[in-house]
Design a protein around this ligand. Structure first.
Ligand SMILES: CC(=O)CC(=O)O
Length: 698
């Protein structure tokens, strides 16, 4: 078996360094660890090594730095000898509540007053901004607490108790946030889906988790269009007809004037629902065990039923404190704008800004309405310090020659996080050479829904280079395993050398793994999802390489999309990096491996989406192949290059390779409800029959 190897990884260009690393919370944490444990940690790498070889003192220190509101005292941090697949319990003995920690800070609770830095009643907690930036509305911590209190009282009066599920199908708004916090205040489980998800996709989720109440926006606005949602509400209510726990549907008003929902069975307006609180707004928090659940999220399930991934209160809180404070240096002066729908795990980032006492801007709608600059202007106007976007957003700006630093004042901006897809090298370069001020840290991060956290994260102690994530997340023993080992129950994995691509795995327990999958009584689905490949190892499904010179983690694509012609294994991102150079002529691309039952070998198929007005020609195909051959290797050159008119994506705009790979390999698949454009898949069936290389087809 041949792998892409060290020689093809030149030292990348350095792009950014923290101007004063010693001022950061990560550095201070490292100094206090040195003092407390008599260590001599000097670098990020030292700190990371210690965090994974000696996890008990590391996580104990994170616990004390996090200063979470809780009761009780933990007996053990974790059993450090436990197998990762035994899902060992963390911080047994403490009880805590998610919403309480979002709405209050420990110092405030200890002092018995509401005047501490960060979460004062009068401080703005969230700014709701809607498409176009026209409807900007500030809500203070005091007002948010009052709204959450009223809603929690209403939910309680209407029967919601610890362990009950409350779902929303709604926009990223203050109303949605209030449902999240009110539900979890009571010890309930919250689950969110965006309004652009089809009813089937929503029901695939909700029929599994069996919610007591479902909150649905009455209207949606996206891309300049206003869509009425009463029909969807009706379908959801009908679909949940057989769920005995289901009490009804609450219509959240998208505009000032709520829609009349009298024609929707078992539905009422939010105003009506709140009447059950009878004017009470007191906040009461059900503190639950560290490992008790509070959130259900879903695997994207591009080809089948979504998995209902259940996260623990303590696991997410402590991991988020570690990421937010140590890796990201967030605090009360943070102004976070994470561009996300409520259906993507990054919605948690929008909510978690409050955990650190910051302000979160909840944005709803397209970032390109009413024009391509409006969203970035909002970033400047709101003095955003931490912006979260996806590579696709940056790509669109680049495509349309929108230069953020010339469009608005970005002097408050400290970092831009990018996730959801591999960020092409060309965008790293454009970011620093053209688009953003050089002081801004570009944080290319990667983790996922499965861990509500990160494997690869930014950090303030190391430089940033073109491509990849700055390094692994503290406390997570990230390794790269030989992906040529097929694995199976009890199979031993093997770490590869730096520079050799392989499977991203975690080989020691960490606290933010899911507690279970909903409805998976035996735990078999869970075990199969993460532990079936290698013994006692979490296999995440990403294909990565650790750079031999910089130590950064370079994400090469999803492991199930790995290309493997004639035994050469590489990630689709390597191909996308080259195709990016044909931009703006080529707007996008999708690359998959085809291996039908009759094929002796895998063939790489590359589909190019041409920009408007551009033609797909024989010369272009030759040039794309030539550049891939030159920049990667002749073995990377796709056997087939075709034009496509549409690339399938999830509703969160992630390119989905797996269904295309299966279709061109001769399978007939049932698209899942999480796809934005399931009909786009039809086009790819014809390529299962193609026998000749592209030359004779053009
Ligand atoms: C942090 C992430 O990696 C988010 C995602 O899964 O898209």
């Amino acid at each position: 078996m041949v792998d892409s190897s060290q020689e093809i990884m030149p030292i990348p260009r350095k792009l950014w360094e923290h101007p004063s690393p010693k001022s950061t919370q990560m550095y201070q944490f490292m100094q206090s660890a040195n003092q407390r444990h008599d260590l001599n940690l000097q670098t990020f790498q030292d700190l990371h090594n210690w965090s994974v070889t000696d996890p008990v003192p590391f996580w104990a220190d994170v616990w004390s730095t996090a200063s979470l509101i809780h009761s009780g005292t933990y007996t053990t941090v974790v059993d450090p000898t436990a197998r990762i697949d035994s899902l060992p319990k963390w911080f047994q003995g403490v009880r805590l509540n998610f919403a309480e920690n979002i709405l209050f800070s420990r110092a405030e609770k200890d002092a018995g007053q509401r005047t501490t830095r960060g979460k004062e009643d009068a401080k703005v907690a969230v700014t709701q901004a809607r498409e176009g930036g026209f409807e900007v509305q500030d809500v203070t911590y005091g007002e948010l607490r009052r709204r959450v209190g009223a809603l929690a009282q209403a939910l309680k009066a209407r029967g919601v108790r610890k362990g009950d599920r409350v779902a929303i199908v709604a926009s990223n708004s203050v109303d949605t946030l209030a449902v999240f916090l009110a539900t979890t205040a009571l010890g309930g489980l919250f689950s969110s889906s965006s309004t652009d998800m089809g009813t089937k996709g929503v029901l695939d989720r909700l029929l599994q988790i069996r919610p007591k109440w479902v909150f649905v926006d009455d209207w949606a606005v996206y891309n300049g269009k206003t869509v009425e949602l009463r029909g969807k509400m009706k379908e959801i209510v009908e679909g949940l007809g057989g769920v005995s726990e289901f009490e009804g549907c609450v219509a959240q008003p998208r505009f000032k004037e709520p829609a009349d929902v009298s024609s929707v069975p078992r539905a009422m307006t939010l105003e009506k629902f709140l009447e059950a609180a009878e004017g009470r707004t007191e906040l009461e928090f059900e503190r639950v065990e560290f490992s008790d659940p509070f959130l259900v999220v879903y695997s994207s399930g591009t080809t089948g039923q979504p998995k209902c991934i259940v996260h623990s209160t303590g696991g997410v809180l402590i991991s988020s404190m570690k990421e937010g404070k140590l890796h990201r240096d967030l605090g009360p002066d943070t102004v976070q704008l994470q561009y996300t729908t409520t259906g993507w795990i990054m919605y948690m980032s929008a909510v978690l800004a409050l955990l650190y006492g910051g302000r979160s801007i909840l944005y709803d709608g397209s970032p390109f309405q009413p024009d391509l600059t409006s969203f970035i202007r909002l970033v400047g106007e709101q003095k955003v310090t931490n912006l979260g976007i996806s590579p696709r957003y940056l790509h669109e700006l680049q495509k349309h020659s929108v230069i953020p630093q010339r469009t608005t004042d970005l002097s408050s901006l400290r970092a831009v996080t990018s996730t959801g897809m591999v960020l092409p090298d060309a965008l790293f370069v454009w970011f620093y050479d053209v688009a953003f001020p050089p002081s801004v840290q570009l944080a290319n991060i990667s983790g996922g829904t499965d861990i509500a956290g990160l494997f690869g994260a930014e950090n303030p102690l190391q430089p940033l280079y073109v491509g990849g994530c700055m390094g692994p997340s503290l406390g997570v023993k990230v390794e790269v395993y030989d992906s040529t080992i097929e694995g199976g129950k009890g199979a031993q994995g093997r770490a590869v050398e730096d520079g050799v691509p392989g499977e991203l795995v975690a080989t020691r327990p960490f606290p933010n793994v899911p507690v279970f999958f909903w409805g998976d009584e035996s735990g078999e689905k869970y075990w199969n999802a993460y532990f079936a490949r290698f013994d006692n190892v979490w296999t995440h499904g990403d294909f990565v390489v650790r750079h031999p010179s910089t130590g950064q983690l370079v994400f090469l694509g999803r492991a199930d999309g790995v290309l493997n012609p004639s035994g050469v294994r590489f990630g689709s991102a390597e191909i996308y990096n080259v195709v990016e150079r044909f931009f703006p002529q080529v707007a996008d691309s999708i690359c998959v491996g085809r291996r039908r039952p009759q094929d002796a070998d895998e063939a790489v198929m590359l589909f190019l989406l041409m920009a408007e007005g551009e033609r797909f020609t024989k010369d272009l195909v030759s040039e794309v192949k030539r550049r891939i051959g030159k920049e990667l290797s002749p073995r990377h050159v796709p056997k087939f290059v075709f034009e496509t008119k549409e690339i399938p994506t999830t509703v969160n705009l992630k390119k989905v390779e797996l269904p295309v790979k299966q279709i061109v390999s001769g399978r007939i698949i049932k698209p899942s409800g999480t796809l934005l454009n399931p009909r786009s898949l039809q086009y790819y069936y014809q390529f299962a029959k193609v026998e000749e290389p592209v030359k004779s087809k053009l």
